[in-house]
Design a protein around this ligand. Sequence first.
Ligand code: UDX
Ligand code: ADP
Length: 461
Amino acid sequence: MKEIKKIACIGAGYVGGPTMSVIAQKNPHLTVTVVDLNQMRIDAWNSSDLDKLPIYEPGLSSVVSEARGRNLFFSTDVEKAIDEADMIFISVNTPTKTYGKGKGQAADLKYIELCARQIAKIAKTDKIIVEKSTLPVRTAESLKGILDNTGNGVNFDILSNPEFLAEGTAIADLHQPDRVLIGGENSEAIESLVNIYESWVPRERILTTNLWSSELSKLVANAFLAQRVSSINAISELCEQTGANIDEVARAIGQDSRIGSKFLKASVGFGGSCFQKDILNLVYIARSYNLNVVADYWEQVITLNDHQKSRFAENIIQTMYNTVNGKKIAFLGWAFKKDTNDTRESAAIYVADYLLDEEANVVVYDPKVSAEQIYKDLDYLGSRTSEENRRLVKVVDNYFEAINGAHAVAVLTEWDEFKQLDWKNIKLNMQLPAFIFDGRNVLEHLDLAELGFLYKGIGKQ
Ligand code: UDX
Ligand code: ADP
Protein backbone atom coordinates (compact mmCIF):
# COMPACT_ATOMS: atom_id res chain seq x y z
CA MET A 1 0.00 0.00 0.00
CA LYS A 2 1.26 3.43 -0.92
CA GLU A 3 2.13 5.52 2.12
CA ILE A 4 0.47 8.93 1.98
CA LYS A 5 2.30 11.85 3.55
CA LYS A 6 1.02 14.84 1.68
CA ILE A 7 -2.47 15.59 0.47
CA ALA A 8 -3.58 18.41 -1.82
CA CYS A 9 -7.15 19.46 -2.34
CA ILE A 10 -8.07 21.59 -5.35
CA GLY A 11 -11.05 23.78 -4.46
CA ALA A 12 -11.54 25.49 -1.09
CA GLY A 13 -15.34 25.68 -1.16
CA TYR A 14 -18.17 24.30 0.95
CA VAL A 15 -16.98 20.73 0.38
CA GLY A 16 -13.19 21.01 0.12
CA GLY A 17 -12.74 23.43 3.04
CA PRO A 18 -14.59 21.59 5.81
CA THR A 19 -13.65 18.08 4.60
CA MET A 20 -9.94 18.80 4.47
CA SER A 21 -10.08 20.59 7.81
CA VAL A 22 -11.47 17.45 9.44
CA ILE A 23 -9.06 15.11 7.59
CA ALA A 24 -6.17 17.27 8.84
CA GLN A 25 -7.61 17.48 12.35
CA LYS A 26 -7.89 13.68 12.61
CA ASN A 27 -4.57 12.90 10.86
CA PRO A 28 -1.92 15.14 12.42
CA HIS A 29 0.79 13.06 10.70
CA LEU A 30 -0.43 14.16 7.23
CA THR A 31 0.20 17.52 5.59
CA VAL A 32 -2.99 18.79 3.97
CA THR A 33 -2.87 21.76 1.58
CA VAL A 34 -6.08 23.21 0.21
CA VAL A 35 -5.62 25.32 -2.89
CA ASP A 36 -7.93 27.57 -4.83
CA LEU A 37 -7.57 30.07 -7.66
CA ASN A 38 -9.68 32.54 -5.76
CA GLN A 39 -7.22 34.66 -3.76
CA MET A 40 -9.93 36.29 -1.66
CA ARG A 41 -11.26 32.92 -0.59
CA ILE A 42 -7.82 31.69 0.41
CA ASP A 43 -7.11 34.92 2.32
CA ALA A 44 -10.37 34.43 4.18
CA TRP A 45 -9.41 30.83 5.06
CA ASN A 46 -6.11 32.19 6.40
CA SER A 47 -7.71 35.04 8.31
CA SER A 48 -6.59 35.33 11.93
CA ASP A 49 -10.13 36.37 12.79
CA LEU A 50 -11.98 33.04 12.73
CA ASP A 51 -15.29 34.84 12.21
CA LYS A 52 -14.00 35.77 8.76
CA LEU A 53 -13.70 32.25 7.35
CA PRO A 54 -15.40 32.21 3.92
CA ILE A 55 -17.95 29.64 5.05
CA TYR A 56 -20.25 29.81 8.02
CA GLU A 57 -20.59 26.35 9.47
CA PRO A 58 -21.15 25.52 13.16
CA GLY A 59 -18.00 24.02 14.71
CA LEU A 60 -15.78 24.76 11.69
CA SER A 61 -13.72 27.52 13.26
CA SER A 62 -12.56 25.35 16.15
CA VAL A 63 -11.45 22.58 13.77
CA VAL A 64 -9.59 25.11 11.62
CA SER A 65 -7.93 26.72 14.60
CA GLU A 66 -6.74 23.33 15.85
CA ALA A 67 -5.18 22.21 12.57
CA ARG A 68 -4.31 25.34 10.58
CA GLY A 69 -0.59 26.09 10.55
CA ARG A 70 0.09 22.66 12.13
CA ASN A 71 -0.71 20.36 9.22
CA LEU A 72 -3.47 22.26 7.42
CA PHE A 73 -2.59 24.98 4.92
CA PHE A 74 -4.55 27.16 2.52
CA SER A 75 -2.79 28.52 -0.54
CA THR A 76 -3.20 29.74 -4.11
CA ASP A 77 -0.06 27.93 -5.25
CA VAL A 78 -1.88 25.14 -7.06
CA GLU A 79 1.18 23.87 -8.92
CA LYS A 80 3.35 23.45 -5.84
CA ALA A 81 0.59 21.60 -3.98
CA ILE A 82 0.06 19.22 -6.93
CA ASP A 83 3.77 18.64 -7.32
CA GLU A 84 4.32 17.69 -3.68
CA ALA A 85 1.17 15.64 -3.04
CA ASP A 86 0.85 11.85 -2.99
CA MET A 87 -2.92 12.13 -3.09
CA ILE A 88 -4.97 14.90 -4.75
CA PHE A 89 -8.62 15.54 -4.01
CA ILE A 90 -10.56 17.37 -6.71
CA SER A 91 -13.23 19.44 -5.07
CA VAL A 92 -14.04 22.10 -7.61
CA ASN A 93 -17.53 23.17 -8.53
CA THR A 94 -19.52 21.38 -11.24
CA PRO A 95 -22.42 23.72 -11.99
CA THR A 96 -25.16 22.89 -14.46
CA LYS A 97 -24.15 23.80 -18.01
CA THR A 98 -25.40 27.20 -19.16
CA TYR A 99 -24.51 26.71 -22.83
CA GLY A 100 -24.40 24.16 -25.63
CA LYS A 101 -25.45 20.51 -25.51
CA GLY A 102 -27.07 19.55 -22.23
CA LYS A 103 -27.62 23.24 -21.36
CA GLY A 104 -29.68 23.52 -18.17
CA GLN A 105 -29.21 19.82 -17.35
CA ALA A 106 -25.77 18.31 -17.77
CA ALA A 107 -22.91 19.10 -15.38
CA ASP A 108 -20.32 21.53 -16.66
CA LEU A 109 -17.09 19.63 -16.36
CA LYS A 110 -14.76 22.33 -17.60
CA TYR A 111 -13.32 23.00 -14.13
CA ILE A 112 -12.70 19.29 -13.63
CA GLU A 113 -10.98 19.00 -16.98
CA LEU A 114 -8.80 22.02 -16.28
CA CYS A 115 -7.72 20.41 -13.02
CA ALA A 116 -6.93 17.13 -14.76
CA ARG A 117 -4.82 18.89 -17.37
CA GLN A 118 -2.96 20.85 -14.74
CA ILE A 119 -2.26 17.72 -12.70
CA ALA A 120 -1.08 15.89 -15.82
CA LYS A 121 1.28 18.73 -16.70
CA ILE A 122 2.87 19.06 -13.29
CA ALA A 123 2.97 15.57 -11.80
CA LYS A 124 6.40 13.96 -11.80
CA THR A 125 5.57 11.17 -9.35
CA ASP A 126 2.69 8.65 -9.12
CA LYS A 127 -0.46 10.08 -7.60
CA ILE A 128 -3.84 8.96 -6.35
CA ILE A 129 -6.57 11.26 -7.67
CA VAL A 130 -9.75 11.43 -5.63
CA GLU A 131 -13.00 12.81 -7.09
CA LYS A 132 -14.75 14.66 -4.32
CA SER A 133 -17.04 16.84 -6.43
CA THR A 134 -20.37 15.30 -7.44
CA LEU A 135 -19.88 14.13 -10.96
CA PRO A 136 -21.83 12.40 -13.66
CA VAL A 137 -21.32 8.68 -13.87
CA ARG A 138 -18.20 7.68 -15.80
CA THR A 139 -16.37 10.98 -15.23
CA ALA A 140 -13.50 8.99 -13.75
CA GLU A 141 -13.06 7.45 -17.17
CA SER A 142 -12.64 10.88 -18.81
CA LEU A 143 -10.28 11.94 -16.05
CA LYS A 144 -8.15 8.88 -16.65
CA GLY A 145 -8.17 9.56 -20.37
CA ILE A 146 -6.78 13.05 -19.90
CA LEU A 147 -4.28 12.09 -17.23
CA ASP A 148 -2.88 9.07 -19.06
CA ASN A 149 -2.65 10.69 -22.46
CA THR A 150 -1.29 14.09 -21.56
CA GLY A 151 0.82 13.27 -18.52
CA ASN A 152 4.52 12.74 -17.99
CA GLY A 153 4.23 8.97 -18.00
CA VAL A 154 3.59 8.72 -14.26
CA ASN A 155 0.84 6.46 -12.90
CA PHE A 156 -2.52 7.85 -11.77
CA ASP A 157 -5.03 5.86 -9.75
CA ILE A 158 -8.49 7.35 -9.71
CA LEU A 159 -10.88 7.00 -6.81
CA SER A 160 -14.40 8.30 -6.36
CA ASN A 161 -15.12 9.45 -2.81
CA PRO A 162 -18.36 11.44 -2.88
CA GLU A 163 -19.11 13.69 0.04
CA PHE A 164 -22.41 13.28 1.86
CA LEU A 165 -22.13 16.15 4.34
CA ALA A 166 -25.05 18.53 4.54
CA GLU A 167 -24.36 22.22 4.99
CA GLY A 168 -25.17 23.59 8.41
CA THR A 169 -24.22 20.25 9.98
CA ALA A 170 -21.04 19.64 7.96
CA ILE A 171 -18.67 19.19 10.88
CA ALA A 172 -20.97 16.81 12.76
CA ASP A 173 -21.58 14.88 9.52
CA LEU A 174 -17.85 14.64 8.85
CA HIS A 175 -17.04 13.61 12.41
CA GLN A 176 -19.72 10.93 12.48
CA PRO A 177 -20.66 9.98 8.94
CA ASP A 178 -23.39 7.38 8.32
CA ARG A 179 -20.94 5.97 5.82
CA VAL A 180 -17.88 6.87 3.78
CA LEU A 181 -18.01 5.67 0.21
CA ILE A 182 -14.90 4.89 -1.82
CA GLY A 183 -15.09 3.63 -5.37
CA GLY A 184 -12.11 2.48 -7.37
CA GLU A 185 -10.41 -0.22 -9.38
CA ASN A 186 -7.09 -0.53 -7.61
CA SER A 187 -7.37 -2.06 -4.16
CA GLU A 188 -4.06 -0.61 -2.95
CA ALA A 189 -5.15 2.92 -3.80
CA ILE A 190 -8.50 2.28 -2.12
CA GLU A 191 -6.74 1.04 1.02
CA SER A 192 -4.61 4.21 1.14
CA LEU A 193 -7.75 6.31 1.36
CA VAL A 194 -9.53 3.90 3.73
CA ASN A 195 -6.54 4.31 6.03
CA ILE A 196 -7.02 8.07 6.22
CA TYR A 197 -10.70 7.80 7.15
CA GLU A 198 -10.03 4.97 9.58
CA SER A 199 -8.30 7.50 11.83
CA TRP A 200 -11.78 8.34 13.11
CA VAL A 201 -14.45 6.39 11.19
CA PRO A 202 -15.19 2.76 12.19
CA ARG A 203 -14.09 0.40 9.40
CA GLU A 204 -17.57 -1.08 8.94
CA ARG A 205 -18.85 2.35 7.93
CA ILE A 206 -16.33 2.66 5.12
CA LEU A 207 -17.90 1.12 2.03
CA THR A 208 -15.86 0.24 -1.02
CA THR A 209 -17.42 -0.27 -4.44
CA ASN A 210 -16.49 -0.05 -8.07
CA LEU A 211 -16.05 3.43 -9.52
CA TRP A 212 -19.38 3.64 -11.30
CA SER A 213 -21.43 2.51 -8.30
CA SER A 214 -19.78 5.16 -6.17
CA GLU A 215 -20.36 7.94 -8.69
CA LEU A 216 -23.98 6.92 -9.24
CA SER A 217 -24.73 6.44 -5.52
CA LYS A 218 -24.05 10.08 -4.83
CA LEU A 219 -26.52 11.25 -7.47
CA VAL A 220 -29.09 8.72 -6.32
CA ALA A 221 -28.76 9.59 -2.62
CA ASN A 222 -29.47 13.24 -3.38
CA ALA A 223 -32.29 12.35 -5.76
CA PHE A 224 -33.98 10.19 -3.10
CA LEU A 225 -33.65 12.91 -0.46
CA ALA A 226 -35.00 15.58 -2.77
CA GLN A 227 -37.80 13.25 -3.81
CA ARG A 228 -38.93 12.95 -0.19
CA VAL A 229 -39.11 16.72 0.13
CA SER A 230 -41.06 17.05 -3.11
CA SER A 231 -43.36 14.22 -2.05
CA ILE A 232 -44.27 15.86 1.25
CA ASN A 233 -44.56 19.24 -0.46
CA ALA A 234 -46.98 17.76 -3.00
CA ILE A 235 -49.12 16.53 -0.14
CA SER A 236 -48.90 19.94 1.56
CA GLU A 237 -50.97 21.45 -1.25
CA LEU A 238 -53.57 18.75 -0.84
CA CYS A 239 -53.66 19.39 2.92
CA GLU A 240 -54.35 23.07 2.35
CA GLN A 241 -57.42 22.11 0.33
CA THR A 242 -58.74 19.31 2.49
CA GLY A 243 -58.18 20.49 6.03
CA ALA A 244 -55.59 17.84 6.84
CA ASN A 245 -52.46 19.13 8.57
CA ILE A 246 -49.14 18.34 6.88
CA ASP A 247 -47.17 18.03 10.12
CA GLU A 248 -49.69 15.53 11.45
CA VAL A 249 -49.56 13.56 8.20
CA ALA A 250 -45.75 13.63 8.24
CA ARG A 251 -45.71 12.34 11.81
CA ALA A 252 -48.23 9.64 11.03
CA ILE A 253 -46.37 8.30 8.00
CA GLY A 254 -42.91 8.88 9.47
CA GLN A 255 -43.65 6.54 12.39
CA ASP A 256 -43.74 3.71 9.89
CA SER A 257 -40.20 2.41 10.23
CA ARG A 258 -40.16 1.55 6.54
CA ILE A 259 -40.70 5.22 5.71
CA GLY A 260 -38.80 6.87 8.58
CA SER A 261 -39.28 10.33 10.03
CA LYS A 262 -36.46 12.36 8.48
CA PHE A 263 -36.75 14.66 5.47
CA LEU A 264 -40.49 15.00 5.74
CA LYS A 265 -40.58 18.68 6.60
CA ALA A 266 -42.83 20.55 4.22
CA SER A 267 -41.29 23.81 3.09
CA VAL A 268 -41.28 26.56 0.50
CA GLY A 269 -39.08 24.25 -1.57
CA PHE A 270 -35.65 22.71 -1.39
CA GLY A 271 -32.55 24.62 -2.42
CA GLY A 272 -28.81 24.14 -2.13
CA SER A 273 -26.09 23.43 -4.61
CA CYS A 274 -26.77 19.70 -4.93
CA PHE A 275 -30.37 18.55 -5.16
CA GLN A 276 -31.47 20.24 -8.34
CA LYS A 277 -28.10 19.89 -10.05
CA ASP A 278 -27.79 16.20 -9.26
CA ILE A 279 -31.32 15.35 -10.35
CA LEU A 280 -30.85 17.26 -13.60
CA ASN A 281 -27.72 15.25 -14.06
CA LEU A 282 -29.53 11.99 -13.43
CA VAL A 283 -32.24 13.03 -15.87
CA TYR A 284 -29.63 13.92 -18.47
CA ILE A 285 -27.83 10.61 -18.07
CA ALA A 286 -31.09 8.65 -18.28
CA ARG A 287 -32.10 10.54 -21.44
CA SER A 288 -28.73 9.96 -23.01
CA TYR A 289 -29.40 6.21 -22.70
CA ASN A 290 -32.93 6.76 -24.10
CA LEU A 291 -34.50 5.90 -20.75
CA ASN A 292 -37.21 8.49 -21.16
CA VAL A 293 -39.67 7.11 -18.63
CA VAL A 294 -36.93 7.05 -15.99
CA ALA A 295 -35.89 10.59 -16.92
CA ASP A 296 -39.46 11.93 -16.78
CA TYR A 297 -40.02 10.30 -13.41
CA TRP A 298 -37.09 12.09 -11.75
CA GLU A 299 -37.73 15.35 -13.56
CA GLN A 300 -41.06 15.62 -11.77
CA VAL A 301 -39.20 16.08 -8.46
CA ILE A 302 -37.90 19.38 -9.81
CA THR A 303 -41.19 20.36 -11.46
CA LEU A 304 -42.92 19.94 -8.13
CA ASN A 305 -40.22 21.95 -6.35
CA ASP A 306 -40.59 24.83 -8.82
CA HIS A 307 -44.33 24.66 -8.36
CA GLN A 308 -43.96 24.85 -4.58
CA LYS A 309 -41.87 28.03 -4.81
CA SER A 310 -44.24 29.82 -7.18
CA ARG A 311 -47.25 28.59 -5.24
CA PHE A 312 -45.85 30.23 -2.12
CA ALA A 313 -45.36 33.54 -3.92
CA GLU A 314 -48.79 33.38 -5.59
CA ASN A 315 -50.39 32.68 -2.25
CA ILE A 316 -48.80 35.84 -0.81
CA ILE A 317 -50.18 37.93 -3.64
CA GLN A 318 -53.62 36.39 -3.58
CA THR A 319 -53.97 36.69 0.18
CA MET A 320 -52.90 40.32 0.13
CA TYR A 321 -55.93 41.23 -1.96
CA ASN A 322 -54.32 40.34 -5.27
CA THR A 323 -51.73 43.07 -5.24
CA VAL A 324 -48.36 43.56 -3.62
CA ASN A 325 -47.45 46.59 -5.71
CA GLY A 326 -45.61 49.08 -3.49
CA LYS A 327 -46.20 46.94 -0.40
CA LYS A 328 -43.33 46.24 1.96
CA ILE A 329 -42.70 42.55 2.42
CA ALA A 330 -40.14 41.54 5.03
CA PHE A 331 -38.12 38.44 4.17
CA LEU A 332 -36.79 36.62 7.20
CA GLY A 333 -33.94 34.53 5.84
CA TRP A 334 -32.28 34.19 2.46
CA ALA A 335 -29.98 31.15 2.91
CA PHE A 336 -31.28 27.84 1.49
CA LYS A 337 -31.46 26.40 5.02
CA LYS A 338 -30.45 27.46 8.51
CA ASP A 339 -26.89 27.51 9.84
CA THR A 340 -25.24 28.25 6.51
CA ASN A 341 -24.41 31.41 4.58
CA ASP A 342 -24.87 29.50 1.30
CA THR A 343 -27.64 30.81 -0.93
CA ARG A 344 -27.23 28.62 -4.01
CA GLU A 345 -30.67 27.74 -5.46
CA SER A 346 -32.32 29.11 -2.34
CA ALA A 347 -36.12 29.27 -2.61
CA ALA A 348 -35.92 32.86 -1.32
CA ILE A 349 -34.35 33.99 -4.59
CA TYR A 350 -37.23 32.69 -6.70
CA VAL A 351 -39.96 33.86 -4.35
CA ALA A 352 -38.40 37.34 -4.29
CA ASP A 353 -38.13 37.37 -8.08
CA TYR A 354 -41.82 36.53 -8.39
CA LEU A 355 -42.85 39.29 -5.99
CA LEU A 356 -40.53 41.81 -7.62
CA ASP A 357 -42.25 41.17 -10.95
CA GLU A 358 -45.35 42.43 -9.15
CA GLU A 359 -43.42 45.51 -7.97
CA ALA A 360 -43.34 44.58 -4.30
CA ASN A 361 -40.77 46.22 -2.02
CA VAL A 362 -38.81 43.39 -0.50
CA VAL A 363 -36.68 43.98 2.60
CA VAL A 364 -34.40 41.12 3.53
CA TYR A 365 -32.82 40.17 6.83
CA ASP A 366 -30.62 37.10 7.06
CA PRO A 367 -28.24 36.67 10.00
CA LYS A 368 -25.39 35.30 7.84
CA VAL A 369 -25.88 36.34 4.22
CA SER A 370 -24.34 39.58 2.95
CA ALA A 371 -26.22 42.24 0.96
CA GLU A 372 -23.69 41.79 -1.82
CA GLN A 373 -24.60 38.10 -2.14
CA ILE A 374 -28.33 38.82 -2.17
CA TYR A 375 -28.03 41.35 -5.00
CA LYS A 376 -25.70 38.96 -6.86
CA ASP A 377 -28.31 36.18 -6.62
CA LEU A 378 -31.04 38.45 -8.01
CA ASP A 379 -28.87 39.98 -10.72
CA TYR A 380 -27.85 36.48 -11.84
CA LEU A 381 -31.45 35.66 -12.75
CA GLY A 382 -31.40 38.47 -15.29
CA SER A 383 -35.08 39.27 -14.70
CA ARG A 384 -34.44 43.02 -14.41
CA THR A 385 -31.51 45.41 -14.33
CA SER A 386 -29.26 45.53 -11.36
CA GLU A 387 -30.44 49.12 -10.67
CA GLU A 388 -34.04 47.90 -10.57
CA ASN A 389 -33.10 45.15 -8.11
CA ARG A 390 -31.47 47.76 -5.88
CA ARG A 391 -34.49 50.04 -6.13
CA LEU A 392 -36.96 47.33 -5.15
CA VAL A 393 -34.92 45.32 -2.64
CA LYS A 394 -33.36 46.54 0.57
CA VAL A 395 -31.08 44.43 2.72
CA VAL A 396 -30.90 45.24 6.43
CA ASP A 397 -28.86 43.83 9.29
CA ASN A 398 -31.54 43.36 11.90
CA TYR A 399 -35.00 41.85 11.86
CA PHE A 400 -36.71 44.90 13.30
CA GLU A 401 -35.71 47.17 10.47
CA ALA A 402 -36.99 44.57 8.03
CA ILE A 403 -40.35 44.23 9.71
CA ASN A 404 -40.93 47.82 10.79
CA GLY A 405 -43.81 49.24 8.74
CA ALA A 406 -44.16 46.05 6.66
CA HIS A 407 -47.44 44.76 5.28
CA ALA A 408 -46.30 41.18 5.51
CA VAL A 409 -43.56 38.94 6.85
CA ALA A 410 -42.39 35.95 4.84
CA VAL A 411 -40.20 33.34 6.55
CA LEU A 412 -37.88 31.82 3.96
CA THR A 413 -35.22 30.21 6.18
CA GLU A 414 -35.79 28.38 9.45
CA TRP A 415 -33.11 30.23 11.50
CA ASP A 416 -33.66 29.46 15.21
CA GLU A 417 -33.59 33.14 16.15
CA PHE A 418 -36.84 33.76 14.24
CA LYS A 419 -38.70 31.56 16.72
CA GLN A 420 -37.75 33.84 19.58
CA LEU A 421 -38.82 37.21 18.17
CA ASP A 422 -41.14 39.45 20.15
CA TRP A 423 -44.16 39.11 17.86
CA LYS A 424 -46.46 41.09 20.11
CA ASN A 425 -44.26 44.12 19.78
CA ILE A 426 -43.64 43.47 16.09
CA LYS A 427 -47.33 43.62 15.32
CA LEU A 428 -47.57 47.14 16.76
CA ASN A 429 -45.09 48.24 14.13
CA MET A 430 -46.65 46.58 11.10
CA GLN A 431 -49.32 47.68 8.69
CA LEU A 432 -52.71 46.11 9.34
CA PRO A 433 -53.91 43.54 8.64
CA ALA A 434 -50.51 42.04 9.49
CA PHE A 435 -49.75 38.98 7.39
CA ILE A 436 -47.25 36.24 8.11
CA PHE A 437 -46.38 33.67 5.46
CA ASP A 438 -44.35 30.96 7.09
CA GLY A 439 -42.49 29.03 4.41
CA ARG A 440 -40.88 26.82 7.01
CA ASN A 441 -43.68 26.26 9.54
CA VAL A 442 -41.44 27.51 12.34
CA LEU A 443 -43.77 30.02 13.97
CA GLU A 444 -47.00 28.13 14.33
CA HIS A 445 -46.42 27.20 17.99
CA LEU A 446 -46.68 30.91 18.83
CA ASP A 447 -50.41 31.19 18.25
CA LEU A 448 -49.97 34.23 16.09
CA ALA A 449 -53.66 34.32 15.25
CA GLU A 450 -54.35 35.11 18.89
CA LEU A 451 -51.99 38.09 18.61
CA GLY A 452 -54.06 39.27 15.65
CA PHE A 453 -51.84 38.18 12.77
CA LEU A 454 -53.20 36.61 9.62
CA TYR A 455 -50.93 33.59 9.64
CA LYS A 456 -50.42 31.10 6.81
CA GLY A 457 -48.09 28.14 7.05
CA ILE A 458 -47.39 25.42 4.52
CA GLY A 459 -49.81 22.51 4.29
CA LYS A 460 -52.49 23.65 6.69
CA GLN A 461 -55.64 25.68 6.34
C1 UDX B 1 -27.63 17.68 0.58
C2 UDX B 1 -27.54 16.25 1.11
O1 UDX B 1 -28.32 16.13 2.32
C3 UDX B 1 -26.09 15.90 1.40
O2 UDX B 1 -25.98 14.54 1.81
C4 UDX B 1 -25.27 16.12 0.14
O3 UDX B 1 -23.89 15.86 0.39
C5 UDX B 1 -25.44 17.53 -0.40
O4 UDX B 1 -26.84 17.83 -0.58
P1 UDX B 1 -27.56 20.12 1.64
O5 UDX B 1 -28.04 20.57 0.32
O6 UDX B 1 -26.38 20.79 2.25
O7 UDX B 1 -27.19 18.56 1.60
O8 UDX B 1 -28.76 20.26 2.70
P2 UDX B 1 -30.05 19.38 3.06
O9 UDX B 1 -30.14 19.32 4.54
O10 UDX B 1 -30.09 18.09 2.36
O11 UDX B 1 -31.25 20.31 2.57
C6 UDX B 1 -31.49 20.56 1.20
C7 UDX B 1 -32.73 21.41 1.03
O12 UDX B 1 -33.91 20.67 1.33
C8 UDX B 1 -32.78 22.64 1.93
O13 UDX B 1 -33.27 23.74 1.22
C9 UDX B 1 -33.73 22.24 3.03
O14 UDX B 1 -34.35 23.33 3.63
C10 UDX B 1 -34.71 21.37 2.26
N1 UDX B 1 -35.43 20.40 3.10
C11 UDX B 1 -34.75 19.38 3.69
C12 UDX B 1 -36.81 20.51 3.28
O15 UDX B 1 -37.43 21.43 2.73
N2 UDX B 1 -37.46 19.60 4.05
C13 UDX B 1 -36.82 18.56 4.65
O16 UDX B 1 -37.47 17.75 5.33
C14 UDX B 1 -35.41 18.46 4.48
P1 ADP C 1 -18.59 23.11 -3.51
O1 ADP C 1 -19.88 23.41 -2.80
O2 ADP C 1 -18.70 21.93 -4.45
O3 ADP C 1 -17.43 22.98 -2.58
P2 ADP C 1 -17.71 25.79 -4.25
O4 ADP C 1 -18.14 26.62 -5.40
O5 ADP C 1 -18.02 26.24 -2.87
O6 ADP C 1 -18.30 24.32 -4.52
O7 ADP C 1 -16.15 25.56 -4.31
C1 ADP C 1 -15.41 25.21 -5.44
C2 ADP C 1 -14.10 25.99 -5.44
O8 ADP C 1 -13.26 25.46 -6.47
C3 ADP C 1 -14.24 27.48 -5.72
O9 ADP C 1 -13.70 28.22 -4.63
C4 ADP C 1 -13.41 27.71 -7.02
O10 ADP C 1 -12.68 28.92 -7.00
C5 ADP C 1 -12.44 26.52 -6.98
N1 ADP C 1 -11.91 26.14 -8.29
C6 ADP C 1 -12.57 25.89 -9.45
N2 ADP C 1 -11.72 25.52 -10.42
C7 ADP C 1 -10.47 25.53 -9.90
C8 ADP C 1 -9.14 25.22 -10.41
N3 ADP C 1 -8.93 24.81 -11.68
N4 ADP C 1 -8.10 25.34 -9.56
C9 ADP C 1 -8.30 25.73 -8.27
N5 ADP C 1 -9.50 26.02 -7.74
C10 ADP C 1 -10.58 25.92 -8.53
